[in-house]
Design a binder for this molecule. Sequence first.
Ligand SMILES: NC(=O)c1ccc[n+]([C@@H]2O[C@H](COP(=O)([O-])OP(=O)(O)OC[C@H]3O[C@@H](n4cnc5c(N)ncnc54)[C@H](OP(=O)(O)O)[C@@H]3O)[C@@H](O)[C@H]2O)c1
Length: 446
Amino acid sequence: MSTIFVAGATGAVGRRAVRPLVDAGHHVTAVARTDEKAALVESLGARPVRVDVFDAAAVKDAVATHDVVVNLTTHIPRAAKAALPGAWAENDRIRTEVSRNLVDAALAAGASRYVQESITFGYADAGDRWIAEDHPYVGSVYASVEAAEANAHRFTASSGGGAGVVLRFGMFYDSESHTTRDLVKGVAAGRLFLPGAAGAYASFVATDDAAAAVVAALAAPAGTYNVVDDEPVTRAEIARLAAAAVDRPVKVLPSPVSKAMATKAEPLSRSQRVSNTAFKEATGWSPRVPTLRAGLPPVVHEVLASSPSAASMVVRALLALLLPATIAVGVWAEFAPRSFYDDFPGLGLIWVASDGPFNEHLVRDFGATNLALAVLLTVAVWKGGRVLLATAAGAYLAYAVPHLAYHLRHTHVIDGVDRVTSLASLVMAAILAAAALTIHRRDMTR
Ligand SMILES: NC(=O)c1ccc[n+]([C@@H]2O[C@H](COP(=O)([O-])OP(=O)(O)OC[C@H]3O[C@@H](n4cnc5c(N)ncnc54)[C@H](OP(=O)(O)O)[C@@H]3O)[C@@H](O)[C@H]2O)c1
């Protein structure tokens, strides 16, 4: 059994790799930058360590006594920010400096193995031909990737028999990481940014399979390996799969939105039909999800099931419109019942005093009812969620309809402008709640 130091253990791949490493009997130390991440690492069975991965001396101290070092640290910007100046600076710095610090530390510790995360996207376009690890890797945008890989090879050369292993991952996908979620949300809205020709291949790997490859890498001879699924798919097929998964037409956007992004995205337009043969033969690893054809539909459904829909945002907005008046009525009637009876709703209008004598008990109870509704509406607007939205809209309707019905049967107790304005406000409130409930029900049965 080994003592393993994992940097990037809290990321998309890392958090999936730590538990199997622990289950295999290894002692795992994992970098955690916050108390919350430390708790996550502990829940996975590893020992958290807080260390600045850019601080070479601190990294050396943290890595000492470990047999294996695994570097999964990356910092990929969100799609919406990827074209902004400097968006990739931290990722480039991580790949260049953190790999250097970790390899220096692994060598100083006398470790026997160093595993480095990398990507397949730098391969030159190969059309329909399969791409093995010796295929040319081209493009200055991947300078930091090449620097990270070079550090892994430096480990092999300098460790006196140790193995530096580079895992070139295809495109990850899973229902939790922001890259997949952003992509699925775009597809659900009918658009898919997909540079490249319709017949050009892209290579993917389910994130769980990528994590399993990190475990398998502990037995791999030194070298560089592609970690992708068995059957890369063409852009045309990705578009078809995406449209089928969301059950609507999807418009493919072939070009990036900006020049800055065009440089970064150019490699993503290449045809890369990447082969996993070498890694399979070296380790016995095999992807549990053999292709995007099998893996994409469940991931899309999971993302959509856990994302607020446009309709639920409308429902929240409608309920939010009811909140100010509900809070105002609740506070006024509860804490100044006499003033509420005499003056509500203000501005010279009198809607309450004209209908029966003052009763403090009843006015305060009416105020408390509105305060309770305000609490329910606030939580529903803030949190969303199928049950909360239905409960809040239904509860408000159960209040608004009998209230309106009473006033429709007693229109004679108030006159003129007061009658029109009070009925209009009650009708409006009932309509807002009914609309919220109807839209919500339709959204749930979609
Ligand atoms: N081949 C691929 O398709 C590929 C490759 C890489 C990333 N991605 C995707 O890109 C998205 C975002 O990736 P990501 O790289 O931001 O996150 P990530 O892959 O989820 O994880 C990055 C890891 O690096 C750590 N890290 C980042 N900056 C650090 C720093 N300055 N010091 C120490 N540790 C640091 C993170 O720690 P914290 O948890 O503390 O932030 C985390 O453990 C994810 O959806 C991922 O799936 C895809």
